[in-house]
Design a protein around this ligand. Structure first.
Ligand code: NAD
Length: 374
């Protein structure tokens, strides 16, 4: 195979991916078919590709080698499993499912490892996060002590939530800011620093908008080595902040505005703490300049190209779909902890979370504001 024949299911964000293929931005890939339940969404593509109203018909068509699943989260599992069973390579949008049990079913359907199975965690292509990942994973910070991420630059108006019926409901989306806006950050958090062993969170549901789901979250995490972390996210705050701060024995890393500041302890703080004579002394530091390449202009295109190259050349995936389980697990655990009002040990019990989700769908927390129009 020299060119991958690509299909797309779901033409919201998927429509944006489709236009990249049609413009020729993805080398060695050709968009041959698209699928959406909505005729209006299909109409702009009728002149350029085959169009289908049902995913099964697309998968049976023999027109595609690979498919991008860009439908609302709940259907990622059903559509993704069907695509894998048809022997297609699959790229699934984030989050890989709405809840852990569905994600496990989706991952289990990836039996043939010759099929490439990727997830759209496009922020993994940004140089500042790649550099942070490399520094932490190479031990430049020493043993980690504290990980804080304030991720509050997701301000959304009521008009945003009124735009589409499935968003911000337990039944249609299965969560709020943790599932829609923050899968990227939760993914990066675990990609850079690993998974915590325990989560305690406070989620506020419909605090700033007339929605059922969480729009303000503060989560506390514990790691196996005793390190702790805090993750803060909201869609109800402007101006927002996007700042990741990681402190280890050897110093502190701050990632903000696509730059990295590394303040390095000249001696590990644990050694210094034992040996220093001064009661209030602190280790001398070096301010380390870390060159970070320019922001990737089109991170989605970078993932689409990597998916294509993985199919044709076997290059490693930037974001294997299986790894999408972790950010989902964190998001689900935060909601579970908040509603049950207790710490949650990871791995999260998938069945219990699915049960909680069913309860939330049946009886959503009351929507306080009355401004929502749809
Ligand atoms: N990676 C990113 O940066 C990014 C950005 C936006 C959205 N997304 C993800 O993309 C997914 C879709 O979000 P969106 O904003 O495009 O939503 P959307 O509502 O704008 O579009 C979804 C489309 O899927 C279609 N659809 C639904 N079920 C279908 C089915 N079974 N078969 C065929 N078509 C179906 C709908 O008709 C709709 O046109 C979500 O999971 C979201 O998290 C990712």
């Amino acid at each position: 195979m020299n060119t991958v024949r690509m299909g797309i299911v779901g033409l919201g964000m998927g429509g944006s991916h489709a236009r990249k293929f049609l413009k020729g931005s993805i080398a060695r890939a050709k968009l041959t078919a698209v699928c959406d339940l909505s005729p209006e969404r299909l109409a702009p593509f009728e002149q350029t590709t085959k169009v289908f109203a049902r995913p099964e018909d697309l998968f049976d068509s023999g027109l595609i080698d690979a498919v991008i699943v860009a439908t609302p989260h709940y259907s990622h599992a059903t559509v993704g499993i069907a695509a894998l069973r048809h022997g297609l390579h699959v790229l699934v949008e984030k989050p890989i499912s709405a809840h852990k049990a569905d994600a496990l079913r989706l991952i289990a359907a990836h039996r043939n490892k010759k099929q490439v199975f990727a997830a759209m965690f496009n922020e993994r292509t940004q140089p500042c996060y790649i550099t942070a990942h490399t520094l932490v994973r190479n031990g430049e910070l020493g043993e980690l002590r504290r990980l804080n991420w304030i991720s509050t630059d997701w301000f959304r108006t009521d008009a945003y939530y009124a735009r589409s019926g499935w968003r911000a409901t337990w039944k249609g989306e299965g969560g709020g800011v943790l599932l829609n806006q923050c899968p990227h950050h939760l993914d990066l958090f675990q990609w850079i620093a690993g998974m915590p062993i325990r989560v305690r969170a406070n989620c506020f549901f419909g605090k700033y908008h007339a929605i059922e789901v969480e729009d303000d979250v503060t989560a506390f995490m514990e790691y196996s080595n005793g390190a702790t972390g805090v993750f803060i996210a909201t869609t109800g705050e402007a101006p927002g902040t996007n700042r990741m701060e990681i402190t280890g024995d050897r110093g502190r890393l701050i990632v903000e505005h696509n730059t990295i500041q590394f303040t390095r302890n000249t001696v590990p703080m644990s050694d210094y703490c034992r040996k220093a004579k001064g009661a209030m002394a602190t280790p001398d530091v070096w301010l380390v300049t870390i060159p970070v390449k320019n922001t990737v202009h089109d991170p989605h295109a970078a993932i689409l190209q990597n998916f294509t190259d993985a199919i044709l050349d076997g290059v490693p995936l930037i974001a294997p779909a299986e790894e999408g389980l972790r950010s989902l697990e964190l998001a689900n655990a935060m909601v579970y902890s908040s509603i049950k009002n207790k710490c949650v040990d990871l791995p999260l019990n998938a069945k219990r979370y699915a049960q909680l989700l069913r309860q939330l769908i049946a009886t959503p927390p009351s929507v306080k504001t009355k401004s929502r129009s749809a």
